[in-house]
Design a protein around this ligand. Structure first.
Ligand code: CDT
Length: 311
């Protein structure tokens, strides 16, 4: 038996601050065309895929901040992606900045969706592990103001039955946290799709680009193995107005091995046939959670945030 999703990991190269959504969507449509020719069923785009990575810019004017957000999905600019999904019979994953009215209040989230082959939004996730800071930090070589512009996601870690499997989502910094993937693993996830915008350098240290690349892959490969799930991690890469973002877009098997990887920092598509039944062995043996998890010893994980040192 096999249950194959042909996945296209659609890395986007740099998006400059002045580049508008129409031009980005054109680039994404070209990647979808290419993916269709390669038989892709599900194409995965990065975090905040429609614009430059705006949290690097300090802004005080909320009207200016709001220019980076979508208040409808689909919007006029993104409608062609939904039409291409229907035309090609191809699902897609998209990250964007979401502005929404709920109970008479405005909320802003770093959001991702899964859209099915019929062009319907079947899943939504709002980023929970927001990195960075909320005020201008003069000590940093560049800013990372996600905590200023977004609220912590309020939808939790969920999975959805779609494309013949059990799909989950997280966003960028979430991938560094094993709790993210274990919450998805406990719901039987078979493929986690995620996008990232990760600077090549650390704004607070001289950490090497090599080490940052390693941490990116280490997190995703370990998560794939430890939860016996496919992981598709897709970068927005390249030089955005003088700020370097790493590439390294990868499709990772439930054994934790990379089966396809981008090698540029531009718009690039890599494709892999991902058999969801490859998840079964790990889930039934070493990571059979029901048999082997010892929750009576895991209390600290949900009752404590900071470290408690011994006396
Ligand atoms: N977008 C995002 O979450 N970026 C962060 C940068 C933090 S640097 C450790 C990331 O985890 O890649």
């Amino acid at each position: 038996m096999s249950r194959i999703i042909t996945v296209g990991a659609a890395q986007l190269g740099a998006i400059q601050r002045a580049e508008d959504r129409l031009s980005v969507v054109e680039r994404m449509l070209a990647l979808m065309e290419n993916a269709h020719r390669k038989g892709v069923n599900l194409i995965v785009f990065p975090e905040l895929a429609l614009t430059t990575f705006f949290p690097r810019w300090y802004m005080e004017d909320q009207d200016e901040v709001d220019t980076w957000f979508e208040s409808a999905m689909p919007s006029n600019e993104t409608q062609p992606l939904f039409e291409a999904a229907k035309r090609h019979g191809m699902g897609f994953h998209l990250g964007y900045a979401e502005k929404i009215q709920e109970n008479g209040e405005t909320h802003r989230y770093n959001t991702a969706i899964i859209v099915d082959k019929a062009g319907n939004i079947v899943g939504k996730y709002r980023k929970i592990h927001l990195p960075g800071h909320d005020e201008f930090d003069p000590k940093r070589t560049f800013q990372h103001l996600e905590k200023r512009y977004f609220e912590i996601g309020n939808l939790g870690f969920n999975v959805w039955r779609s494309m013949g499997g059990i799909l989950g989502m997280c966003i960028c910094n979430d991938r560094r946290w094993p709790e993210t993937f274990r919450c998805l693993g406990l719901q039987g996830v078979e493929m986690v799709v995620l996008g990232y915008n990760t600077p090549t350098t650390n704004s607070q240290s001289n950490e090497s680009p090599h080490l940052r690349w390693f941490h990116n892959l280490l997190s995703m490969q370990a998560a794939a193995y430890q939860n016996s799930t496919w992981v598709v991690g897709v970068a927005k890469a390249g030089n955005e107005d003088g700020n370097e973002l790493m590439g390294g877009t990868s499709i990772i098997s439930p054994n934790g091995e990379i089966v396809a990887q981008c090698h540029t920092t531009g718009d690039e598509l890599v494709v892999a046939d991902c058999d969801l039944d490859d998840c079964n062995f790990g889930k039934q043996t070493v990571f059979d959670f029901k048999r082997h998890r010892r929750i009576e010893h895991y209390g600290r994980i949900t009752s404590q945030t900071g470290v408690t040192l011994p006396e």
